[in-house]
Design a protein around this ligand. Structure first.
Ligand code: ADP
Ligand code: MG
Length: 369
């Protein structure tokens, strides 16, 4: 691809953040953010709206300076107490949520924009054309971005961000403007382009399913702090805290107290090894691990099926609990009749236990009685 003399040849870089802090006025927005992205890695930064994801991207890009800690690229300080390297010297590409394309430029001019000063007009447009070919949009080169669909605009923004061969690419909610099936296809294409471009990428999203599909590794934030960090599957199956469990999947949480080495939960009574009586725990179960029984089960709660909706390969149930009148949502493989009375239970291996105060995971062994 880019191998001629004047062409910017760069390689995926390692990105390291250490104890990054940020304030807006007196309000601390980011607390002690530390992580490393290895060269070429694609990682998702995930968290609810307002938790500080975009602010963090702006700090990495150099659009703002940190108020503490450091940002380094391949070990070189980009920002710390003494230094703040300007954006254009960091070799970072960005894809914004609204794509930020220039409406008065053609698609080709948009993509060539960042290359002009390095290559001159003709070479820049040649490279831009190659980038458009890679995202399947060569035919739209002379159009205005406003003539394109949302998905096409996203691909133009992607082409524009990788054409300058950044060593790090930051994408802020790049798929949030797209819907359904299109989103899925564009996500796959984007990942392909990122792999070919060999660029270290941090993708921001607030959608856990999207994050788990895109990236091997997730960084989960809440209120300006990193609350979990690791492989998507590990975080999903063994969440380190209640927030992670509930954010990555619907989760039923119940507070319980250990008595006689047991906990009485809405899904049955379980033995808990290695825990003193009186210990307060938060029990969490994923709705797809909740099982229904038409026959009475001792120690379990029961309720009535209030709604049963078809969801492709499974069904969603809303169950009104007899004891509390609360509604519980869970999932299963069979259609259940409205009004049917069911007992709820789950297997011991699907019960996750956390300290009720800290909400951190406890490595306790749970057994059926
Ligand atoms: P996210 O991208 O995760 O939704 P942001 O990083 O945009 O979150 O915002 C984090 C917090 O910082 C929010 O409470 C937001 O209101 C606040 N914030 C963002 N930008 C500014 C700003 N320029 N001035 C003051 N507060 C801001
Ligand atoms: Mg944001």
């Amino acid at each position: 691809m880019l191998h001629r003399n004047k062409t910017p040849i760069t390689y995926a870089a390692e990105l390291t953040l250490e104890n990054v802090q940020h304030f807006y006025g007196a309000r601390q927005i980011l607390h002690d953010i530390s992580f490393t992205l290895k060269a070429g890695e694609v990682v998702c930064l995930l968290g609810p709206s307002g938790c500080g994801k975009s602010t963090l991207l702006r700090l990495i890009a150099g659009l703002e300076c940190t108020d503490g800690g450091s940002v380094r690229i391949n070990g070189k300080v980009m920002c710390d107490a003494n230094t703040c390297v300007p954006t254009q010297k960091r070799n970072i590409g960005m894809v914004f949520q609204d794509y930020a394309l220039f409406p008065h430029f053609t698609v080709l001019q948009n993509v060539a924009y960042g290359l002009r000063s390095v290559l001159g007009n003709v070479e820049a447009e040649n490279e831009a054309m190659r980038a458009l070919e890679r995202v399947g949009l060569a035919h739209a080169a002379q159009k205005s971005p406003i003539q394109l669909s949302g998905g096409e605009r996203q691909r133009v923004a992607l082409a524009r961000s990788v054409v300058t061969r950044p060593s790090i690419l930051l994408m802020d909610e790049p798929f949030s403007g797209l819907d359904g099936r299109l989103k899925e296809a564009i996500r796959r294409e984007t990942l392909q382009v990122l792999r070919e471009a060999n660029v270290t990428t941090l993708i921001v999203t607030h959608d856990p399913e999207e994050a788990m599909r895109i990236a091997d590794r997730l960084i989960l934030m809440d209120e300006g702090r990193i609350v979990a960090h690791g492989q998507a599957e590990t975080l999903y199956r063994a969440p380190p805290n209640v927030f992670t469990a509930s954010f990555l999947s619907e989760t039923v949480v119940q507070n319980v107290t250990v008595a006689h080495g047991q906990i009485s939960t809405m899904f049955g009574v379980f033995m808990v090894d290695g825990c003193d009586d009186g210990t307060k725990l938060s029990m969490a179960v994923h709705p797809h691990d909740v099982q229904l029984s038409a026959a009475q089960r001792i120690g379990c709660q029961h309720g009535k099926i209030n709604q049963c909706s078809f969801a492709g390969d499974h069904y969603h149930y809303d169950i009104r609990l007899a004891a509390s009148d609360d509604m519980l949502m869970c999932e299963g493989r069979t259609r259940e009749a409205i009004g049917q009375v069911v007992w709820l239970y789950c297997n011991a291996e699907n019960v996750m236990l956390f300290d009720a105060t800290t909400q951190e995971r406890l490595p306790l062994h749970v057994r059926t009685i």
